[in-house]
Design a protein around this ligand. Structure first.
Ligand code: CU
Length: 234
């Protein structure tokens, strides 16, 4: 085989091997038992106006059909080797009707978080990390003002983002050192894409229902299902 042909041959082989050695992890998170009742948000008149006739409640347990549990952070706690660099695409959190949307997000260390203000009211964005080296910051943000940008170099689950003007406004950001994470949707399901073959500890973390973990192995054939059931607090 000529040298160029050989390089091409091995190039194609390597590309195929790369494709074949990564898989998606999918699953569903169920809450077992009835969640505690949510509380009404103590909206001020301006924020109340944005909600119209609808009231707003805390979002401690967002539960759908059959106990499907949203806002669970799922990530590979152990076993990731040589993670790729963080995506240049920021994770976006918006402020709408004086609430953070989404309530829970994941981000890779070094990846930017952009906080928008779609409201016609002033907010301030005040993350309060507890891990050393993750800076506490506090910025006012004008109505429909430019995005505020944040970035964390150290893993931390969760960093609380709050608004000091509206003391009911919270969002929770999970920072991990790789891109293999997801947050469950309103149907309780999640997908972590393109996980390299290998053995891992998969952890799920819901702020109120707690944590669980499973040892998993992503094989060369890809596709792995990992479902979890968390118990509602008594
Ligand atoms: Cu606010």
């Amino acid at each position: 085989m000529k040298k160029t042909a050989r390089i091409l041959f091995f190039g194609v082989f390597a590309a195929l091997a790369t494709v074949a050695s990564a898989g998606d992890i999918t699953g569903k998170i169920i809450l077992n038992g009835a969640p505690p009742k949510e509380s009404l948000l103590p909206l001020d008149p301006l924020c109340k106006q944005l909600h119209g006739s609808k009231s707003a409640t805390t979002r401690y347990f967002v539960v759908g059909k059959g106990g499907a549990l949203a806002d669970v952070f799922i990530h590979l706690k152990e076993g990731v080797k040589n993670p790729p660099p963080p995506s240049k695409k920021p994770v976006v959190i918006d402020q709408k009707k004086c609430e953070y949307l989404p309530y829970v997000v994941g981000v890779q260390t070094g990846q930017e978080i952009h906080v928008l203000n779609s409201d016609p009211v002033l907010h301030n964005v005040h993350p309060t990390p507890r891990v050393k080296g993750n800076p506490e910051k506090n910025f006012a943000q004008l109505p429909k003002g430019p995005p505020l940008k944040f970035k964390y170099d150290n893993p931390e689950i969760f960093i609380r983002f709050k608004c000091d003007i509206h003391p009911w406004m919270y969002a929770y950001v999970a920072v991990v050192p790789h891109p293999y994470f997801a947050v469950s949707g309103v149907d309780g399901s999640y997908t972590i894409k393109n996980v390299p073959a290998g053995k891992y500890t998969l952890e799920i973390y819901h702020r109120r229902a707690g944590k669980m973990e499973k040892e998993i192995e992503v094989g060369a054939s890809g596709k792995l299902t990992a479902n979890f059931t968390l118990n509602a607090p008594k």
